[in-house]
Design a protein. Structure first.
Lengths: 382, 318
């Protein structure tokens, strides 16, 4: 059999090696595909070709021939496939229908200055605008009713608010536990405690959300006595539960990768265990602790179900006892009611792109910091 | 930690000067650890205490009618089946790709090569992509791109493939859990003593033969661990399947790849947020959470046990 083939040329080996290489490229391919296909669905927002205004300039049917086919397609809001399948008469009919529909809009909408606003422009998505019926310019996310308002600032604040609360709660605990487990605890204790903290990451986020909603919300309200039972504070603490295992395991990894010679030298010089941990090991592993916080941030800002179940009203407020609606929550809650290919749908994909970029960057930073630290500490060991 | 002084000497050392700061801060970090453990304990005990009574054979073996909020008649059989099938399908896709990638990374790739680094960075990044973005990706890629193209190739009158389905949810989850399988497999491949490979090569086996007949069988427990961890991660995930296949209610069990399905995790979400009367739903909600947790924890436990046995075996070998 093959065993006897010795060192002769082996075509099978060559083919298998190529095949293995090709398959292993799939991880790269997947990251690219995720980026390309999430951006693809959001592309009209980025290129500014989406128009959500209720009242648009109508083009008289007679002018049909003066339009290029691209202009006509955009005007009728058709996909390339739909456009290709239609003949001239259908297109003409659609133009007529469109013009008529504009004329049939009720009076109160035609009088509303906001009906002419394309709410998917960056100006309206990022800056405050004084909408009809409001006294001052405001940031509003309200993708329902006649005029869809798409200001993403409330969502960004919602995400940051819950994430920061989660980190403020979880980082001290997780880093403290990492110091204890890696530096101070007896090996016996460590062997029990470490897998138990990691078990926390095995709890599905929908279960943490459920626990926050049914149990924690009332308990925390009892303690702090705030008004809104379901608020960013509860969501943040629950998020913290999900972040703890990540911060813990990365910080613990960084702390244990500090060479033994460091601790031995410190202990030999008469430092106590705590002094060694605090003044020698922690400073040496500090970049790793930083990386753990960055990666925890990525995890928290991308978490969906916990925040979705606990709070979801979109308000611009940094008050932690107010409700909050995060980016992830918005995508999860509104995708079902968004019309495929419509502006709401595209904007949700735009938010997904934003989320992807933010977590990608934070993961890159965390990874690079961690790699540098490890190679430096390993270099120091030699 | 690594004790350098003998216990007796250390004792004398500490008695000599009691360092209050040391004592205080060590206690503080210990307290942090204790607090995390008690959070875990409170969650688990609360769920177990409230969920146990609602759990019954009737509950796990009944297909509920549309009104699944009624504690008397409801059950979670279709959700258990839906979750099981989607997770099983996922492993079929993810394990071969994950294992082959891990084999490339440990057995073939040169560790310093740029390509290897890029693959590793991609695996890392894939692990950090938020689960809801996987959902968007599944919708944008699998359903709107692949599914619709299949439909237009087959000239289907309406969408058959171009809509949320079991297949697309499983594929989305497979992409999501790819890093889990790669990392676990890599770990087990690295743990195999190089002597085994060298012996096989010295006997004249080719590299491929060594991998297929010597390395992979040895790594099997590690590969299984990776698969189980992927399953336990995917079983509880809801966000990636929201737009790619899960159904609020289905009268029948899924029997085609293009069917939608009901799901345990999503059912927890539905029961806790859509219930008309939360007090009435509470027992079945707790029982459903209990079933979901038992499923994921049992899987995790199996993974931990396999890993422990594998370590023991390798230690004996090494």
């Amino acid at each position: 059999m093959g065993m006897q083939r010795g060192h002769r040329a082996r075509p099978l080996e060559w083919v298998a090696e190529r095949f293995i290489l090709m398959v292993s490229l799939s991880a790269i391919l997947m990251v690219l595909l995720i980026f390309v296909f999430v951006v693809r669905e959001a592309a009209p927002i980025f290129t500014g070709r989406m128009n959500s205004a209720l009242i648009k300039e109508t083009i008289p049917v007679e002018k049909m021939d003066s339009l290029s086919s691209r202009e006509l397609r955009d005007y009728l809001e058709l996909t390339p496939e739909q456009f290709a399948a239609m003949d001239r008469d259908t297109l003409r009919l659609m133009m007529e229908v469109k013009a008529e529909a504009m004329n049939e809009l009720p009076e109160y909408i035609r009088d509303d200055k906001d009906a002419r606003v394309n709410t998917t422009k960056w100006r309206y998505m990022l800056l405050p605008h004084r909408w009809t019926g409001y006294d001052s310019p405001e940031y509003i996310w309200q993708p329902v009713g006649q005029i869809h308002k798409y200001n993403i600032l409330p969502l960004i604040i919602g995400s940051l608010k819950t994430t920061l609360i989660g980190l403020l709660f979880s980082v001290p605990l997780a880093v403290g536990a990492a110091i204890y487990v890696s530096q101070l605890a007896r090996p016996r204790v460590r062997e029990v405690v470490k897998p138990m903290i990691e078990l926390l990451s095995a709890i599905p986020s929908v279960v943490i959300g459920f626990f926050g909603l049914l149990v924690m919300a009332s308990v925390l309200q009892g303690i702090f006595g705030y008004e809104t039972r379901l608020n960013a504070f509860v969501a943040g603490i629950a998020l913290g539960f999900a972040v703890i295992p990540i911060v813990f395991s990365i910080a613990e990894d960084a702390l244990t990768s500090v060479p033994r010679s460091y601790t031995q030298a410190a202990l030999a010089l008469g430092a106590s265990r705590w002094q060694t941990a605090w003044q020698i090991v922690l400073p040496a592993a500090l970049p790793g602790v930083f990386a753990s916080v960055v990666l925890g941030f990525g995890r928290a800002i991308g978490e969906t179900m916990i925040v979705l179940m606990i709070c979801s009203a979109s308000v611009v407020s940094w008050d932690i006892f107010d409700s909050a609606r995060s980016i992830t929550t918005t995508i999860a809650a509104e995708m079902a009611e968004a019309v495929q290919g419509g502006h709401h749908y595209r904007i949700l994909f735009m938010l997904g792109t934003l989320l992807f970029v933010v977590t990608f960057v934070s993961n890159m930073i965390g990874g690079i910091v961690m790699n540098r630290l490890k190679s430096r500490l390993e270099g120091g060991k030699a | 930690m690594n004790g350098t002084a003998s216990p007796a000497a250390r004792k004398g050392f500490q008695a000599e000067r009691f360092d209050f700061a040391s004592f205080f801060f060590s206690g503080l970090t210990g307290l942090a650890t204790l607090l995390i453990l008690s959070i875990l304990a409170v969650i688990l005990i609360n769920i177990a205490a409230n969920g146990w009574s609602g759990l019954s054979w009737h509950f796990v073996s009944t297909i509920p009618k549309k009104d699944f909020f009624n504690p008397e008649t409801t059950g979670v059989l279709p959700m258990i089946i839906g979750t099981t099938i989607r997770v099983f399908l996922m492993t079929i896709f993810v394990i071969p790709i994950g294992v082959i990638t891990a084999v490339y990374l440990t057995e073939y790739a040169s560790q310093k090569a740029p390509l290897t680094r890029i693959i590793r960075a991609a695996v890392n990044n894939l692990a950090a992509v938020p689960s809801i973005v996987f959902g968007l990706f599944g919708l944008g890629f699998f359903i709107n791109f692949i599914g619709r193209n299949i439909d237009s190739l087959l000239n289907n009158p309406g969408p058959v493939w171009g809509q949320p389905a079991l297949l697309w949810a499983s594929l989305t989850l497979a992409v999501m859990t790819l890093p889990v399988v790669i990392v676990a497999t890599e770990e087990s491949l690295k743990a195999i003593p190089p002597g085994l490979r060298e012996a096989s090569l010295a006997l004249g086996a080719t590299k491929l033969e060594t991998i297929v007949r010597i390395v992979l069988p040895q790594a099997l427990p590690g590969i299984m661990t990776g698969g189980i961890l992927a399953i336990s991660r995917a079983a509880g995930e809801v966000a990636p399947i929201l737009f790619t296949g899960v159904a609020y209610y289905m009268a029948s069990l899924p029997h085609r790849l293009t069917d939608q399905f009901m799901d345990l995790g999503y059912h927890v979400f539905v029961l806790s947020t859509q219930s008309p009367n939360i007090e009435q739903t509470r027992p079945i909600l707790y029982a459903t959470v209990m079933v979901l947790l038992m499923l994921t924890f049992a899987l995790n436990l199996v993974a931990i046990l396999i890993r422990a046995r594998m370590r023991k075996k390798l230690r004996a070998l090494g």
